[in-house]
Write a protein that binds this ligand. Structure first.
Ligand code: ADP
Ligand code: ZN
Ligand code: ZN
Length: 733
């Protein structure tokens, strides 16, 4: 037999199957991880196909060394292999990237050498013999460290039959998860569902019971009880002997969701996310595979959890961009979940207060079922929204970060002992440093972007948010020598600073990438806020979603414009979604909520319609704009990005890919091909970047051409050019 084996590495140049002989003494099946000689090394590969030995040069083939044990590496089960193929078909992924995405990391086993005592009368010190009496076997390590036996002594003992060698694969213990709940199936208090919740639930359960794949869009305002509907649907799925997948947009939301699920389902809940150590991930994966979990919760990557009895897959906040993976393979978790649900005849639920235009469009066309939850439970009112035009504030000579209305509202909140959330989509202190005399702006030497000022105590540094480059603050302008350097723009650090100045004694928790690097930091900070150890939670978009605090009565958006004018056709949609979501953080419980949006563009429809929380009006305006521009959901966009340290080389390689695409796509109707142009950030980490966009109606029409041109380009460029493809690109950068 010959096995066709994939060696999953990052190198795109070896993106193919390799033939290996299967030695007669090995039993090898499709999907298994194997150790094979590859070049001068040993590599781990996966068997993709088996075929008969009728190859012409079969005697030149190398043989598989061994099959890895289950403790070392996971096997590609048939569905996993199907997913690998799907990632290759849909996202033009390489074998290696696809396998590494679908499977948990390989944890190559350690072998431990142990000895068994055969002859107690043999030539060994007495205390060693005594030690053996109470044990079946003793490890080599102990014999050497505790009893100072040398290699030579041990070898002799084996040779004369006193000891016997036994090699064993070392078992790794799964680390107990800190938040493990040991009571199975704690019964949560049963709320009486509202009529709207009941209707949505019945539709979903009908779908589950039919066991025919269908998709539901649950459009429910924040606080309408969507999560409660998910919980009930999953309960039914489990009672029917099936399993559930619950995806959340961010790691920071996993903890809250998990706590709520554990209260209901106890230990039958498994959690998978990228902050788990490799081994923890591996063991959680194995636990799920053994059927010890009925519900898997996690962000994007949890969509690959091995669930052989999948009955329902739910994406909470389905519109979130974090469901799209930003590196190869650029998969969209929504599409992967749909693929799996289809295979299992399972139900897919897409929940959101602001469904993506794509999902709503499909619902309107009748491909998805639309379920509406237009009211908050117990008719709690939505937050009262007040839009503050910062241009007016400035013209009245008020230059504070906090407008008059926001200041007044904050004062009231603090006086009443309530809590506030302040939101700003930018971290750091100020966004850039500019010379007032010559206009020079401090930029990263490696990237085409401005450096952000960060403060730590009295020290200030300039940092690049793309590549991490950092330098100390110059005292004079490097271009003209002037001392008139001024800070522009505002980051979360600056807001914290000014907040403490204007509200002495206020207790602030700042949550952004800079303060949450440590494992567990998210959960800790949220817990502190929950326990009212702070008055204000200040942060970037990581605090915009899903969080639910009883004492929050005010939400302030420091600057609603930060995401509005990004060069991305989804900028308006993103801004609208973000503002609606942030508004949902206030007044979720007994306290009525107020929201204040500070903006320089109060008349922009994304701002004004979010203030009215009018999704349908926004949907209509935005859909018309997309139609006029020929953008998604009417089309799909694939982006190629070509990068090289040398500008000319990058342009040349982009040009040649473009010409190939142009020729291959010329016969396909309705395709728009945009010639190479510099990306928005034209240089990143010292490399020049060019993009080519392909805009088309149906991927099926162009797939073959894109795949062929991409592979041809990969094969023809030098290794220092990198070519990246992003099918159904989300953020265009
Ligand atoms: P969403 O996911 O739509 O934001 P949740 O399911 O989190 O809404 O519900 C919001 C709050 O209302 C939660 O505290 C939840 O426990 C509560 N809740 C949900 N459904 C009901 C109900 N039928 N009756 C009373 N409270 C409810
Ligand atoms: Zn200058
Ligand atoms: Zn940089």
């Amino acid at each position: 037999m010959i096995a066709e084996v994939v060696i999953p590495t990052k190198a795109k140049s070896i993106d193919r199957l390799f033939d290996y002989l299967v030695p007669v003494e090995l039993s090898v099946s499709v999907g298994q991880p194997v150790e094979v000689p590859f070049g001068y090394r040993q590599e781990i590969g996966y068997v993709i196909r088996l075929k008969d030995e009728n190859e012409p040069n079969v005697d030149k083939l190398k043989a598989i060394d061994r099959v890895l044990t289950e403790e070392e590496a996971a096997t590609l089960q048939p569905e996993m292999l199907g997913l690998v193929q799907f990632l290759r078909e849909r996202y033009l992924s390489s074998w290696g990237a696809a396998i590494q995405t679908v499977l948990p990391p390989v944890t190559r086993a350690k072998m431990v050498r142990e000895y068994v005592l055969i002859n107690p009368q043999g030539d060994l010190p007495e205390e060693v013999v005594l030690f053996f009496k109470r044990r079946k076997s003793v490890s080599k390590k102990i014999l050497q460290q505790e009893f100072h036996l040398s290699d030579h002594q041990l070898a002799r003992a084996v040779n004369d039959g006193t000891l016997q060698v036994r090699d064993r694969v070392m078992k790794k213990r799964r680390k107990q998860q800190q938040d493990e709940v040991n009571v199975a199936y704690l019964e949560a208090t049963k709320l009486a569902l509202t009529n709207e919740q009941q209707e949505a639930l019945s539709s979903i359960l009908d779908g589950v019971d039919q066991r025919v794949h269908q998709t539901f869009v649950v459009h429910g305002v924040t606080g309408s009880g969507k999560t409660e509907v998910y919980l009930r649907a999953i309960e039914h799925v489990i009672q029917s002997g099936m399993q559930a997948l619950m995806l959340v947009p961010e790691i920071s939301l996993t903890a809250q969701m998990t706590a709520r699920f554990r209260r209901k389902f106890g230990e039958r809940v498994a959690v998978i996310h990228s902050r788990l150590a490799n081994q923890e991930k591996f063991y959680e994966w194995q636990r799920i595979l053994r059927g010890e979990a009925d519900v898997v919760i996690g962000p994007r990557s949890a969509v690959f959890a091995p669930l052989p009895r999948l009955g329902i897959a739910i994406l909470d906040e389905e519109h979130e961009a974090s469901y799209k993976q930003e590196k190869e393979p650029h998969y969209l978790a929504r599409e992967v979940a749909a693929w799996r649900a289809l295979r299992h005849g399972a139900v897919l639920v897409l929940g959101s207060a602001t469904p993506s235009l794509e999902s709503m469009y499909r619902a309107q066309k009748g491909h998805f079922h639309l379920l509406n939850l237009p009211h908050r439970v117990e008719d709690r009112p939505l937050a009262k929204v007040n839009v503050v035009n910062m241009r007016d504030e400035f013209s009245r000579g008020r230059y504070s970060l906090f407008s008059r209305p926001l200041k007044e509202a904050l004062t009231k909140v603090l006086a009443n002992g309530e809590q506030a959330i302040l939101f700003l989509n930018r971290r750091g202190y100020s966004t850039f440093l500019q010379c007032r005399d010559c206009g020079h702006v401090m930029t990263c030497p490696e990237c085409d972007i401005t450096l952000t000022l960060h403060k730590r105590g009295n020290a200030s540094t300039l940092r690049c948010h793309f590549c991490g480059h950092s330098e100390s603050l110059p005292t004079v302008c490097p271009a003209c020598g002037s001392q008139a350097l001024r800070q522009f723009g505002t980051g979360t650090q600056r807001v914290e600073h000014d907040l403490l100045l204007e509200f002495p004694g206020v207790r602030v928790i700042r949550m952004d990438v800079d303060t949450t690097r440590k494992k567990g930091a998210h959960e800790e900070m949220l817990q502190e806020f929950e326990q009212e150890q702070a008055d204000v939670l200040l942060g970037t978009q990581m605090i915009a979603k899903g969080l639910d605090f009883e004492k929050v009565s005010l939400v302030g958006v420091i600057a609603a414009d930060t995401s509005l004018f990004l060069p991305d056709f989804r900028a308006a949609e993103r801004t609208f979604q973000l503002l609606v979501q942030v508004a949902g953080r206030a007044g979720r419980h007994q306290l009525p909520g107020e929201m204040i949006i500070q903006t320089f563009s109060p008349e922009h429809y994304a701002v004004s319609l979010s203030a009215k929380q009018d999704y349908h009006a926004f949907y209509e305006v935005e859909l018309a704009a997309r139609k006029a521009m020929g953008y998604p959901p009417f089309t799909e966009i694939t982006q190629f990005v070509i990068t090289h340290v040398d500008d000319t080389q990058a342009r040349r390689d982009a040009e040649s890919l473009y010409l190939n695409l142009r020729e291959r796509l010329s016969e396909v109707e309705g395709v728009r091909l945009m010639p190479p142009s510099p990306t928005t950030v034209a240089r990143l980490r010292g490399k020049y970047r060019y993009q080519i966009l392909v805009i088309y109606r149906s991927f099926r029409q162009v797939r073959h051409a894109l795949d062929e041109c991409y592979r041809k380009a990969l094969a023809s460029v030098k290794p220092d050019t990198s070519i990246m493809v992003d099918v159904n690109a989300y953020g265009l950068d």
